[in-house]
Ligand binder design. Structure first.
Ligand SMILES: NC(=O)c1ccc[n+]([C@@H]2O[C@H](COP(=O)([O-])OP(=O)(O)OC[C@H]3O[C@@H](n4cnc5c(N)ncnc54)[C@H](OP(=O)(O)O)[C@@H]3O)[C@@H](O)[C@H]2O)c1
Length: 214
């Protein structure tokens, strides 16, 4: 599958690298230096290259949106038309200093994004774990008990595609329902971040839901 990365920073850079290692064709875009995108593509050691948001909008089967909330408008202006595209967003609607959600409870970043690109098919996921854990999850993907990764969206086929990417990284995808559930999954990222960055165990932290009677 062709996966385009919009925002090749801490989380987009790592997820793009893992997608390439898992066998996808990856295009890294949207960083402040093209050199950074080229280095990411080279180091991914799979089928990966640097590109532009516009190329991604035209060519990708799935698009990972991994930019700060304040950059959403700018990146969408650069992509152009995203009609029909599967947009996997891990972007949280945080304020400029990343201390508070600016959208929550009655809406979510994912729902507001879907309003901005109504013809795209938005799935919210990868937003509830710190980026530091991702390579470890990928390396442990053969183990029997995988960590969970919640996802939600309104388009079933887009959700199946996103669930495949979640599996490729090494998580067990947990379908949390329609996109409006992102208003509850996005705030869940904050206690996870608190544990990861302020807790004693460090940031290589994931979570797992268990159904005791399954
Ligand atoms: N990091 C995490 O653990 C994590 C976990 C869950 C959710 N998230 C969410 O994921 C999103 C991305 O987070 P992140 O930590 O990956 O952020 P980040 O490291 O700052 O990455 C953002 C990317 O956007 C690029 N960018 C910023 N301003 C730009 C501009 N003016 N022109 C072109 N490119 C620009 C950055 O370029 P440079 O590479 O040049 O800086 C970087 O590649 C956020 O919404 C965050 O809430 C992050």
């Amino acid at each position: 599958m062709r996966v385009g990365i919009l925002g090749s920073g801490l989380i987009g850079g790592k997820l793009g690298t893992i997608f390439a290692r898992a066998g996808h064709e990856v295009v890294f875009s949207y960083a402040r230096s093209e050199q950074k995108l080229k280095v990411l593509a080279r180091d991914a050691k799979g089928q990966a290259r640097a590109g532009t948001p516009r190329e991604i909008a035209q060519e990708a089967d799935a698009v990972l949106l991994a930019v700060h909330w304040s950059r959403i408008e700018d990146v969408l202006n650069q992509t152009g038309d995203l009609s029909g595209k599967v947009i996997v967003t891990c972007s949280l609607p945080m304020n400029d200093d990343n201390t508070e959600l600016v959208v929550a409870h009655t809406s979510s970043g994912a729902e507001e994004l879907a309003k901005m690109i109504p013809k795209a098919r938005v799935v919210a996921t990868f937003n509830t774990v710190p980026s530091e854990v991702l390579f470890g999850v990928y390396e442990a993907k053969r183990k029997a008990s995988r960590p969970s990764q919640v996802y939600c969206g309104d388009d079933q086929r887009a959700k199946e595609l996103a669930a495949g990417l979640i599996r490729d990284v090494g998580f067990n995808p947990v379908d949390a329902g329609p996109l409006r559930i992102a208003r509850y999954t996005e705030p869940f990222a904050l206690p996870v971040a608190q544990l990861a960055y302020e807790g004693k165990g460090g940031p290589e932290l994931a979570y797992r839901f268990e159904w005791l009677r399954k």
